[in-house]
Design a protein around this ligand. Structure first.
Ligand code: OSB
Ligand code: MG
Length: 378
């Protein structure tokens, strides 16, 4: 492959961490519960030539969506990952990532450090991360992920507002008690838009659930209704339904994603680089899905503009044919940590950043304001 070969040498002088506490201006409710604050870990990698790259590990108080938490991410970066790379020289981000290839888990942490390495390599190469990854499109269609509301009317009003801004695909979070009736109302109110439902593993079994009723609504997909490891039940469900099931929580590594697809546990994959532990495993999943004719789209973890920038670069690859979860920071945070940041355009797309590095100018002054703890390897 040509695309990963353009990266000049990278000598790691230091890895610094910032724990940032970001209050959410709009709380976000899913089958896992309600999020009101994001405790995100930012990685600042400095190269011996003074080039600085940032990466973001999406924070999580509890290991609900994935085994990772903010605390475990901090542990992995300080004790396992930063010591492996500090003071060493690498041919590029792939060699950096190879230092943790034998380790299991801690995917938010490896993702953040890998992104910081890409940001440095991209500046040294003078080319945007999207180009280094093999991106082909300059804009990504954007959908919005709508949390569980108190009332259907409240949900419909929020959807209305987002559609007016340009967002195309509607994704609603569901859980038992907030599913088929709500999805039917959304389909009725917005008959011309693609509608996805995301169960976030909230349905423990196949029994007594409204699968067939959901199947009649003409949904774009049903995202991860069953637990992450329930691959055989997911395959049984997929056989019963016309609507494609989408793998989210189940797709944790390229090999396990291939296994899930082979079983028939889904027909679409949500590629979320933080969940997969980096951009390289994300590209690997993109490639294996492309080879199997499985469409993919880029998910999110309510990242700030720093994390979203890498998601946008990744989503410029050719097999990302479905709209991404890519709402701008203004919908969740009082301000972004990059400026200028991105927003959805009237045509429903977001421009892929062309700036080498993170892709948007990182505002270290704002990061400092939200930082509650720091650490540095050198
Ligand atoms: O399941 O896609 C999910 C946010 C946190 C954890 C899991 C999920 C989500 C979202 C938000 O749906 C997507 C976004 O970042 O815009
Ligand atoms: Mg999901």
């Amino acid at each position: 492959m040509q695309r990963l070969d353009h990266n000049p040498t990278l000598k790691v002088r230091s890895v610094a961490l910032h724990l940032v506490d970001l209050p959410l201006i709009n709380r976000f409710r899913t089958a896992y519960g309600t999020t009101t604050t994001k405790r995100t870990v930012l990685v600042r990698l400095e190269d011996a030539d003074g080039v600085v790259g940032w990466g973001e590990a999406p924070g999580s108080e509890q290991p609900l969506y994935a085994p990772d938490t903010t605390e475990s991410t901090w542990y992995a970066l300080t004790k396992l990952l930063a010591p492996r790379v500090t003071g060493r020289e690498f041919a590029g981000p792939a060699e950096v990532a190879a230092t943790w290839s034998a380790l299991q888990g801690y995917r938010y942490a490896t993702h953040a450090l890998e992104c910081a390495a890409w940001a440095v390599a991209s500046q040294k190469a003078g080319r945007p991360v999207a180009d280094l990854l093999g991106g082909v499109r300059d804009a990504v269609p954007a959908g919005e992920s709508f949390g569980i509301h108190e009332t259907v009317a409240g949900l419909l009003a929020e959807i209305e507002a987002r559609l007016a801004e340009g967002f195309t695909r509607i994704k609603i979070k569901i859980e038992p008690g907030w599913d088929v009736d709500v999805a039917r109302e959304v389909r009725r109110a917005f008959p011309d838009h693609q509608v996805t439902v995301d169960g976030n593993c909230g349905y423990p079994t196949l029994e007594r659930q409204p699968w067939e009723a959901l199947d009649e609504l003409g949904l774009l997909m049903i995202e991860q209704p069953l637990p992450a490891d329930a691959l055989v039940p997911m395959a049984e469900l997929q056989e019963r339904l016309h609507t494609p099931l989408c793998l989210d929580e189940a797709a944790t590594t390229p090999n396990l994603t291939a296994a899930a697809l082979r079983l028939g546990a889904g027909r679409i994959v949500n590629i979320k680089p933080a969940r997969l532990g980096g951009l390289l495993p994300s590209v690997a999943v993109h490639d294996l899905c492309r080879d199997r004719g499985v469409p993919v789209w880029c998910g999110g973890m309510l990242e700030t503009g720093i994390g979203r920038a890498f998601n946008l670069a990744l989503a410029s690859l050719p097999n990302f044919t479905l709209p991404a979860d890519m709402s701008p920071a203004r919908l969740f945070y009082a301000e972004d940590l990059v400026e200028p940041t991105f927003d959805v355009r009237a045509d429903g797309t977001i421009a892929v950043p062309r700036l080498p590095g993170v892709g948007f100018p990182v505002r270290e002054d704002r990061i400092a304001r939200y930082t509650t703890e720091t650490w540095s390897s050198a």
